[in-house]
Design a protein. Structure first.
Length: 283
């Protein structure tokens, strides 16, 4: 099926034609999600220090020109339950439940912590995932006891600005110039506002056991994205690339961990090229 080129210069605003829903996940939590656009289904799974809206603010208008975008609110965001002590596996069940609710095979994109959730959901319900995009899922050992203890101290003091800054600077090693620029943007207050929910993400990450070989039979095509300015050994990208049977690597030039925010057009173009390529899994 031929489609017109995306209107990269003048996408509709992200708030247009948005519909909000919620449902009860198989893991027992109520999970909210927004729906935008029209076309084949595309599930977005956001990372930490963001939510289902802020993580995708700048790329969702591009994606909604071609897909029906389902932006899932992970626990503690939007209308989703703010549970305590949940595991990453619980959020994998949430995402798999939403894929079952969508009903038709969907494209799936996950960022950071959300990339682990997306990968786990694709493994759980492979028949419901057409293509999978993972942007920098971190190695769980990045959140070691010392790193988590520092963040717990900042959280106990309700220093959420310091918490967010320390996470980007000390855990993800985001370059100082990139972090300083991010702190000056209008996006920084929403990042700080999400820090309390993100503490739950980091606790869950620290308890998560990641084994790349578990995913070696994953049947769908997978795009593994990484920013050129990101430390590659922080992320499981290379480990997954070594075992996945149908995999492509995508490098976002000049970007670190937040490419969909810092270079949304570059990010959207890369994703759409992969999701709409002709052949197996194409739309």
């Amino acid at each position: 099926m031929n489609r017109p080129d995306l209107n990269w210069n003048a996408p509709e605003t992200a708030s247009e034609a948005s519909r909000a829903f919620s449902f009860l996940s198989s893991s027992g939590a109520r999970i909210g999600y927004d729906v935008h656009g029209e076309g084949p289904p595309l599930l977005l799974v956001h990372g930490a220090l963001s939510d289902h809206r802020t993580n995708w603010t700048y790329v969702k208008p591009f994606l909604a020109q071609r897909f029906t975008v389902y932006a899932m609110a992970r626990r503690g965001r939007g209308s989703s339950d703010a549970t305590a002590g949940h595991a990453l596996e619980d959020e994998i069940n949430d995402a798999a439940s939403l894929l079952r609710r969508i009903g038709a095979p969907a494209f799936v994109i996950g960022h950071s912590y959300g990339a682990h959730v997306a990968l786990g959901a694709a493994f759980a319900v492979p028949a419901l995932v057409r293509r999978l995009v993972l942007y920098e899922p971190p190695w769980p050992h990045l959140i070691d006891a010392a790193a988590l203890a520092t963040l717990e101290v900042l959280a106990a003091a309700s220093d959420w600005d310091g918490f967010a800054t320390a996470f980007f600077r000390d855990v993800l090693a985001v370059p100082e110039g990139v972090l300083s620029a991010l702190r000056r943007t209008p996006d920084w207050p929403s990042i700080v506002a999400d820090a309390p929910a993100s503490l739950g993400d980091l606790r869950a990450t620290a308890r998560y056991t990641f084994t790349p070989e578990r995913f070696q039979t994953l049947p769908m095509p997978v795009l593994l994205q990484i920013g050129s300015e990101s430390p590659a050994d922080f992320y499981v990208t290379d480990a997954l690339a070594a075992v996945l049977p149908d995999v492509a690597l995508g490098r976002l030039e000049g970007q670190a961990h937040e490419g969909m925010t810092t270079a949304p057009e570059q990010y959207a173009r890369a994703v759409c090229r992969f999701l709409t390529v002709s052949g197996h899994g194409a739309s």
